[in-house]
Write a new protein. Structure first.
Length: 98
């Protein structure tokens, strides 16, 4: 991947990268930018988990139908691989997700 939009990569990482591990291996982003991208991806994953738990996807047609949990485990692994801290559970706007 070359010449990525760094702002987009940090504010909408799933629109730039295929999976959280790709953020870790990116050569275009600094460690701080990678951390920010993964925190954003974590927040999105947490919000999606809550939406799924609350049944907000029922009746949706693809591509909006989501039937399984999100990428939160992959995001947390990528954060660990990078040495980045996840969003503190006390500060997250969603329920606790281990």
């Amino acid at each position: 991947m070359t010449n990525i939009d760094k702002d987009k990569a940090q504010t909408n990482p799933s629109g730039t990268f295929d999976k959280p591990a790709d953020v870790v291996t990116s050569k275009e982003l600094s460690p701080g930018e990678k951390t920010k991208a993964l925190q954003e991806w974590e927040l999105d994953a947490r919000l999606m988990d809550v939406a799924i738990d609350e049944g907000m996807n029922k009746g949706a047609e693809p591509p909006h139908a989501v039937t399984s949990k999100t990428l939160l485990p992959e995001v947390k692994k990528a954060q660990k691989d990078l040495g980045a801290k996840p969003i503190p559970d006390k500060g997250a706007p969603t329920r606790f997700t281990p």
